[in-house]
Design a protein. Structure first.
Length: 618
């Protein structure tokens, strides 16, 4: 890679960075970037990575570590960086989730743990059956008195509390320490089995106990990115501090307190203030919203006060006219009239040229409860809609992405993006030398043979097991052990097998629905031909041209009285997913039950302010 002087660097791919974003890219001070929806947080980090590599501000062989809250966010960021900087920085831009970062430390330095505190090398992660047996064993030894009236939820809460109360290293024989030892070493026929919380705590203990390991981590990474920082938990922040506090590593944290929707999962309420003080960070605020139309941005800004944030001078993209954007509030007498309006609106969106995949249906919780009949009636109208949870989780799995890409190339070899991706993954998984022409040509020939074998299976008349045969052919080509070695999440236990089985089931459904037209099935599996339905939490980080929020009712926000801050943030996340159009639906009688809006009346008051939303009575 040819390096340039910092003053010569310009944003890549013709991207225009606002002034503050450009300052964040170039600074070597620790920073906390407050960036609202559509501000381009991921793009900012990708541009900063490009700047650091191209100007040699991150000098070889040092690396950049990017830690994201979700796996798909980590993968998305890495893809952007590799697209701009090329494959030569592949091993120098490490993009992980907090869980995978902690696991990488434990796996690499497990032997640094004192005797009695080491998990077995082949430990499992979050295996419910194993942990349930350990809970039952611990309770039985205590005479059964800890079952707390036999309620499963109470038992699990007690179990988690017991685990969290233990201090490392294990030295005594309290109930919590006995459970830890069983989980660390296994018992009876059960293997060693850890929770991600335990993995993080073991990683922190290693770093805090071994100064040489801590120093090695700090020398490895010159820069650290922390994405979606508002959702960082106590244990995750402890891990970051254990590794990088008071070091020379440059830290860049990016987040938005208005989108803090993970308090239920332990998100640290004081994370921004603590980071400012402990890492002596500069505060920066981005003011652009590149996503939403002006009227939608005005609605978002009207919530800033309720979310305890300053409005600032949020600006929209020049591509919009001032009056662009439409907001609707539907108040229907029952769910039948609600469905009729939503279906007609979706049909209208499609007629206007909006792709079905750009029309999203959101629910606060339990999407099947709110949309089962809607999906059926949409199907009667020739519109396929599906709940995205399982599909989203699978699509971000690296083995699924690889299999899908090989399938695409087996159908059509002239797909440059897929070809480049498969080629890079093949080099990496098989341990080939990028700079060897001989190995390059051999790899191309072997891939061509793989595509031909898969194609022959995919066009065969035997439809019964053609999908399983295709998957098996791809896995055999790369080698199961090599796949597990290359992707750390598959290294232990049966997780790889579980993912392949889930993929086989869901893709098999799409294949049958597409009458075994593989190209159509692949597009459908990727969501190109369907209206996505999901919870607000699953929508985080995504954007759609049109959004329909179903169930703006007390029963959906049933815990609002106890968590108003988090539910306001959830409402904000929902309304900020939309680019052009958003509709909120309240149903007075849903599935035979009278609905209310007393607890969340502030949302209705906001939407019913003059000039905000078009109120529709059905």
């Amino acid at each position: 890679m040819k390096t340039i002087k910092p003053e010569q660097w310009e944003p890549m791919d013709g991207i225009h960075l606002e002034k503050v974003a450009d300052e964040v890219v170039r600074t070597n001070n620790n920073t906390l970037v407050i960036a609202g929806p559509g501000a381009g947080k991921t793009e900012l980090l990708a541009q900063k990575a490009g700047f650091l590599f191209l100007t040699n501000t991150c000098p070889f062989p040092r690396k950049i570590l990017a830690i994201s809250f979700k796996k798909d966010a980590a993968e998305n960021l890495k893809k952007r960086v590799l697209k701009r900087c090329g494959n030569e920085v592949r091993d120098r831009f490490i993009s992980l989730t907090y869980d995978s970062f902690a696991k990488s430390i434990l796996d690499r330095f497990r032997l640094a743990l004192p005797d009695g505190n080491k998990p077995n090398a082949d430990y499992l992660i979050n295996v419910d059956d194993a942990t349930d047996r350990i809970i039952d064993k611990a309770f039985k030894k205590e005479g059964g008195s800890l079952y707390l009236n036999g309620r499963e939820s109470s038992k699990k809460r007690f179990y988690q509390k017991t685990i969290d109360s233990v201090s490392l290293p294990l030295q005594g024989y309290t109930l919590g320490e006995k459970v830890w030892r069983d989980l660390l070493t296994g018992f009876e026929e059960n293997k060693s089995c850890l929770t991600f919380n335990m993995i993080s705590r073991l990683a922190i203990f290693i770093i805090m106990s071994e100064s040489k390991i801590r120093r090695a981590i700090q020398l490895t990474y010159s820069h650290v990115f922390l994405d979606e920082f508002q959702d960082t938990t106590d244990i995750q922040y402890m891990l970051v501090k254990a590794c990088f506090l008071n070091s020379s590593c440059n830290m860049t944290a990016v987040g938005d307190n208005k989108q803090r929707i993970m308090l239920w999962a332990g998100a640290r309420r004081t994370i921004f203030r603590d980071y400012y003080n402990e890492f002596h960070a500069d505060g920066k605020r981005l003011i652009m919203n590149h996503r939403s139309a002006p009227r939608l941005v005005e609605l978002q800004k009207s919530m800033y006060e309720a979310l305890k944030d300053t409005k600032g001078n949020v600006k929209t993209s020049d591509k919009w006219d001032d009056k662009d954007g439409r907001i609707c509030l539907l108040i229907s007498k029952n769910d039948k009239t609600e469905r009729e309006w939503v279906i007609e609106s979706i049909k209208g969106q499609i007629e206007e040229g909006v792709p079905v995949s750009e029309i999203c249906v959101l629910c606060k919780q339990k999407p099947l409860t709110y949309t089962e009949e809607l999906m059926r009636e949409l199907s009667d109208n020739g519109i396929y809609a599906r709940i995205e949870n399982d599909y989203q989780d699978l699509l971000k799995e690296p083995i699924v992405e690889l299999i899908i890409s090989v399938m695409k190339l087996s159908i059509n070899k002239r797909l440059p993006d897929e070809w480049e991706y498969v080629q890079e993954e093949t080099f990496t998984i098989k341990g080939l030398n990028y700079n060897s022409k001989d190995e390059y040509y051999i790899m191309q020939k072997e891939l061509a043979k793989l595509f031909e074998r898969c194609r022959n299976i995919m066009i065969s008349e035997n439809k019964t097991d053609m999908l399983q045969k295709t998957i098996r052919e791809i896995v055999i080509f790369y080698g199961e052990k090599r796949i597990q070695a290359n992707y750390s999440s598959y290294a232990q236990g049966s997780y790889l097998k579980e993912i392949l089985n889930k993929f086989s089931v869901l893709f098999g459904l799409e294949l049958k629905r597409a009458s075994f037209e593989w190209k159509v099935a692949i597009e459908s599996f990727e969501g190109i031909n369907s209206v996505p339905i999901m919870t607000i939490h699953k929508s985080k980080g995504l954007e759609y041209s049109s959004v329909f929020f179903i169930g703006l009712e007390d029963s959906a926000f049933w815990n609002f009285k106890n968590q108003p801050e988090e539910d306001r943030c959830a409402f904000f996340v929902a309304l900020s997913r939309a680019k052009r159009f958003i509709a909120f639906s309240y149903c007075e009688n849903r599935v035979g039950k009278i609905q209310h809006r007393n607890q969340i009346n502030e949302f209705f008051e906001l939407l019913q302010r003059p000039g905000v939303a078009e109120v529709i009575q059905q």
